[in-house]
Design a protein around this ligand. Structure first.
Ligand code: UDP
Length: 327
């Protein structure tokens, strides 16, 4: 069986990717410094403890496991924090990725799958975003991810490495079999915060901005189930192993929902009210981010079957009722 090095494999999306890779017949090696990830979430292959700022630890993991590919999830990912501390995002995200790409090439590995984001597109006035839409990020998180895409293009042009870039829209939900879920400290994402408020773990959900030019004044996002998202990564890996070359794909469903619509769906799933406080806009938020995902569906054969609000919120709600991962 072939190994795949999964950076951030102890984190939310990375751990789900490890499960999908194991199901597809690979051995996922979770490369993680456990700064935000959870050793308990590493269930489907070994944990290689290391740090992307430490080149020797990357080199050692690649030498030990000789993976057929690298999937790069590890990153700082808080939009708000990236606006107040941009240096950290450029240093860790871009510096870490550069170390990883160089080490991957030095180890003779050609296949590189990268987690990028719709935040690289910036705020484009509600247009449906396709892979050909120009990328103008409006926060340092999106800027750092776009820079990594540039690194991959430049290194790809030398012929040394092929990449599949996935630009995620809003990833949500949890493993439908209940083995994995989302656990961030601090939590900043809408659906887990909303469910915490429903469960009484927080007093209320603050809605960030109710005066946006949308159908109900709140921001529009395109939510995709984490299990659908990681399925696309396995397809992307097959694409690279099959020698199809470098390509970028959006991962969203093409359907946009407002914050209020997410709250309404939660009420239908949990049969409980969400305590809500209308709040100010959050710095760095785009009005609407909706994916054109025809490319992933058409070219990769991706089938996002679980990405309804009901299933995403339902799986996240089931996960929220389980004991949390422990340090
Ligand atoms: N949001 C909100 N209250 C919160 C967290 C998020 O109103 O406590 C909104 C946020 O402004 C955005 C949407 O929910 O419009 C999704 O935010 P999230 O942080 O989950 O993902 P992002 O779109 O920033 O990647």
């Amino acid at each position: 069986m072939q190994h795949v090095l999964v950076t951030g494999g102890a984190g939310y999306i990375g751990s789900h990717a490890c499960k999908a890779l194991a199901k597809a017949g690979f051995i996922p090696v979770a490369f993680d410094n456990l700064s935000t990830g959870w050793a308990e979430a590493v269930k489907y292959g070994p944990l290689a403890r290391g740090d992307l700022m430490d080149r020797a630890s990357i080199k050692a993991a690649l030498a030990q496991y000789k993976p057929v590919a690298v999937m790069h999830f590890a990153a700082l990912s808080l939009v708000g924090e990236s606006m107040t501390d941009p240096a950290k995002y450029w240093r860790v995200n871009v510096g870490g990725a550069l170390n990883l790409v160089e080490a991957t090439i030095a180890a003779g590995i050609r296949n590189f799958v990268f987690s990028s984001t719709c935040a690289t597109y910036g705020d484009q006035d509600g247009v449906v975003l396709t892979e050909d839409t120009p990328q103008y990020p409006i926060n340092a998180y999106g800027g750092s991810k776009r820079a990594i895409e540039d690194i991959l293009r430049d290194f790809g042009a030398t012929g040394a490495i092929d990449h599949v870039i996935f630009r995620y829209f809003n990833v949500a939900g949890a493993d439908p079999e209940g083995e994995l879920g989302e656990q961030h400290y601090p939590e900043t994402h809408l659906i887990p915060l909303m469910l915490d408020a429903v469960a009484g773990k927080r007093p209320a959900l603050t809605v960030f901005g109710t005066d946006y030019p949308t159908r109900d004044g709140t921001c529009v996002r395109d939510y995709v189930h984490v299990s659908d998202l990681v399925d696309a990564h396995v397809l992307g890996l097959s694409w690279l192993i099959g020698g199809k070359g470098s390509r970028s794909f959006n991962l969203g469903t093409g359907a946009g929902f407002t914050v209020r619509e997410v709250i309404d769906a939660s009420r239908a799933v949990t049969n409980r009210e969400v305590p809500v406080i209308p709040g100010a806009r959050r710095a760095g938020d785009a009005v609407a981010l909706v994916s054109g995902s025809e490319r992933a569906i058409g070219e990769l054969g991706w089938e996002p079957t679980r990405s309804t609000l009901r299933q995403m919120i339902g799986d996240a709600w089931a996960w929220a009722g389980k004991p949390p991962y422990q340090r």
